[in-house]
Design a protein around this ligand. Structure first.
Ligand SMILES: Cc1cc2nc3c(=O)[nH]c(=O)nc-3n(C[C@H](O)[C@H](O)[C@H](O)COP(=O)(O)OP(=O)(O)OC[C@H]3O[C@@H](n4cnc5c(N)ncnc54)[C@H](O)[C@@H]3O)c2cc1C
Length: 404
């Protein structure tokens, strides 16, 4: 289905928002980031000590490389902040190198969803999703998550730990719930962080939340809660083989032909479009609101804002654009390309996640219709993802050698 966006809402520009948030962070918060980043100031002031950039990073509105450059140029800097941004790049590259982890995760989500309905855990699962566990901090996190699409990193860790070790629920269902509700939902950061808390990402490391730690870092907001009895959960650690990342190093756009540049909702990187502009280029925004993922209303609204801002920029630069929803069918898109005699299509490299899964199916359809498809991986990721086969600190060392 073609979606014609008629009312471009004035004053929504997520690109400017991201830039302003970054500037504010660099001016006011970066010097105290390391000291206060672990404190969760709650619903009333969620970004008091952190940047709040993740929704924009996760939608490709602002890129890690750009943030790192701005931090470097800033009067004050923070190794801790640089390190956190690098965690994101590392998780992404790590998942690219271990694609079987994603496949296992997805099939386990399906399996656990089927299983939980008939299990003794159903009641606690259902209460947890509704925020009716009688465990005050947990119920408050659920309210905040559903209302705003955001939870502080420390609260995400406590939440996941309570879910797994105190409620005894399957980690995959918690990760799936986060993915449906977080504005910054990201296949790599989310899946691998949950695996890490569950003790199956880094051998020998489980993350067990304690009352004292929650009290201290949430500034004793919660006074009378008692954590349920800790369960003896030891999940099987599975080793995954490293696979090669399959990207096309030498891709170029054939500018003499009429061509289409696909842009996916989770990577609305306008610089990529700007750098590849030519008069034969049509930009096609692909909506990938996968039916299996019931994204909550807050994150869908945020996505709509991001899409509108992207299309607004296309208008500003007089770029011909179209939007197709490919979550249900590819027919209209393929027919459109054929009717317009567009046989060359491109996109930025699409990292592992639901969007990539859908794109793989689209690529088959395109090939079947003799339409070429080529992708490009940004040189920053070409470099840094190569360092993701081992642990984070080795990755960081190699990164520092290349980029500082
Ligand atoms: C169980 C669990 C699930 C998570 N799911 C996601 C997710 O789906 N998407 C997501 O972007 N992050 C996820 N994170 C990581 C982290 O919680 C968020 O990136 C962070 O809270 C975002 O807030 P911020 O932008 O204010 O972070 P800041 O502290 O300001 O950090 C700046 C940026 O660095 C990156 N970053 C910071 N901490 C981490 C981290 N621990 N891992 C990876 N990147 C990090 C983010 O891109 C963030 O925007 C998860 C963490 C846990 C424990």
């Amino acid at each position: 289905m073609i979606i014609f966006v008629k009312n471009i809402v004035a004053n929504i520009n997520v690109y400017n928002d991201a830039e302003k948030i970054l500037n504010k962070f660099l001016l006011n918060k970066i010097t105290s980031y390391s000291q206060y980043r672990n404190f969760d100031f709650g619903l009333s002031d969620p970004y008091k000590a952190v940047s709040g950039l993740s929704p924009y990073i996760s939608r490709g509105i602002i890129k890690e490389q750009y943030i790192l450059k701005k931090v470097k140029e800033n009067k004050n800097t923070s190794d801790k902040f640089i390190q956190e941004v690098l965690w994101r790049s590392y998780w992404k590259g790590w998942l690219e190198m271990h694609n079987k982890v994603w496949l296992d995760y997805k099939s386990n989500v399906d399996y656990q969803i089927m299983k939980i309905y008939k299990s003794d855990l159903y009641e606690i699962y259902n209460n947890a999703l509704k925020g009716q566990t009688d465990l005050e901090p947990f119920d408050k996190w659920i309210i905040q998550l559903k209302k705003t699409g955001y939870l502080h990193n420390h609260s995400r860790m406590w939440f996941a730990s309570i879910w797994i070790y105190y409620f005894g629920l399957p980690w995959e269902l918690g990760a799936n719930f986060f993915y449906e509700n977080l504005l910054d939902a990201d296949a790599a950061s989310n899946t691998l962080s949950w695996k890490w808390v569950a003790g199956i990402q880094t051998l020998g490391k489980k993350y067990i939340a304690t009352k004292e730690n929650i009290m201290k870092y949430s500034l004793t907001k919660y006074k009378d809660f008692i954590l349920p009895k800790l369960k003896d959960i030891n999940l099987d650690y599975k080793t995954y083989e490293v696979n090669k990342i399959n990207y096309n190093k030498k891709a170029v756009i054939n500018k003499s032909k009429k061509n289409a540049l696909f842009v996916l909702e989770n990577n609305l990187n306008f610089n990529f479009v700007k750098n590849n502009l030519n008069k034969e280029l049509i930009v096609i925004l692909l909506r990938t609101d996968c039916l299996s993922i019931k994204k909550n209303i807050v994150s869908r609204k945020f996505q709509d804002h991001c899409n509108l801002s992207f299309l607004d920029l296309c208008k500003k630069y007089k770029i011909v654009y179209k939007t197709f929803d490919i979550s249900k069918s590819f027919v209209e898109l393929v027919n459109y390309l054929l009717n317009e005699h567009i046989y060359y299509t491109y996109s930025e490299y699409i990292p592992i996640g639901y969007e990539r899964d859908l794109m793989m199916k689209l690529i088959l359809k395109l090939n079947g219709s003799k339409i070429n498809y080529t992708d490009f991986l940004d040189s920053f990721y070409q470099d840094v993802w190569n360092y993701c086969d081992k642990g984070f600190f080795q990755f960081k060392k190699k990164f520092n050698r290349t980029y500082t």
